[in-house]
Design a protein around this ligand. Structure first.
Ligand SMILES: [Zn+2]
Length: 219
């Protein structure tokens, strides 16, 4: 199980590159080992070309290194805090993707003005508090914002995106979709004010996509 997750988490980092969500070594993916108080995360400071299953790092839910030759990502404390406080979460992703981070820099939530956003996020993509790296502040901000919110992604103010999912792949999908809608709504804003979608229509779209579309199980 741990070997398989090392491979999955390592491979998913290539998706961050493929969708142009990361520069240099910024950005990271982690995945919880089902049934264990452990998760696999990217090593700190290793380039994307050199990532492989063997250099992924295994940590406990306090963010301590359990197994690995490298030190874990500098964002490990935030990932660990999310796993400790949101037991339903099986994957966490962090990026500084350009358009989403531009919204975060303004501290502005992305309004739900696209049906794809209603499907995937069930409403706006919210802004989390300004928080410095080094303690549990970032993790607390993510959990406070996303607990009880439909959105699987949060724009941490002046920073970037954290996304969650039932597994690491779902969290990566949320990060990709977040950047996609951040870009589209940004472009729409250039020539005017995007039209709003009524809350009842947002609810219907979200319900259909989460429960019916593609026979996928609810997130
Ligand atoms: Zn960051």
């Amino acid at each position: 199980m741990i070997q398989r997750l090392r491979r999955t988490v390592s491979d998913l980092h290539a998706e961050l590159v493929r969708y142009d969500l990361v520069a240099w070594t910024a950005g990271n993916v982690s995945g919880r080992i089902p049934g264990e108080d452990l998760f696999v995360i990217k090593p700190s400071g290793v380039s994307y070309d050199e990532l492989g299953p063997e250099n992924m790092v295994l940590c406990d839910l306090d963010g301590n290194l359990v197994e690995g030759d490298h030190s874990p990502s500098s964002d490990t404390a935030a990932h660990a805090y999310v796993y400790r406080n949101m037991p339903e979460v099986g994957g966490v992703v962090h990026t500084h993707s350009t358009y989403a981070s531009a919204w975060a820099a303004r501290g502005e939530a992305i309004p739900c003005v696209l049906t794809a956003m209603a499907d995937e996020f069930g409403g706006e993509i919210p802004v989390g508090p300004f928080a410095l790296i080094g303690d549990d502040s970032i993790g607390q901000g993510i959990v406070e914002t996303l607990k009880g919110h439909r959105s699987p992604a949060v724009l941490m103010r002046n920073h970037g995106v954290f996304s969650i999912g039932k597994d690491p792949r779902a969290a990566v999908k949320a990060a990709v979709m977040c950047e996609d809608v951040a870009r589209t709504v940004h472009v729409a804003r250039q020539l005017g004010e995007p039209l709003t979608i009524g809350q009842d229509d947002i609810d219907r779209l979200y319900d259909r996509y989460q429960n019916v579309y593609g026979q996928r199980s609810p997130r």
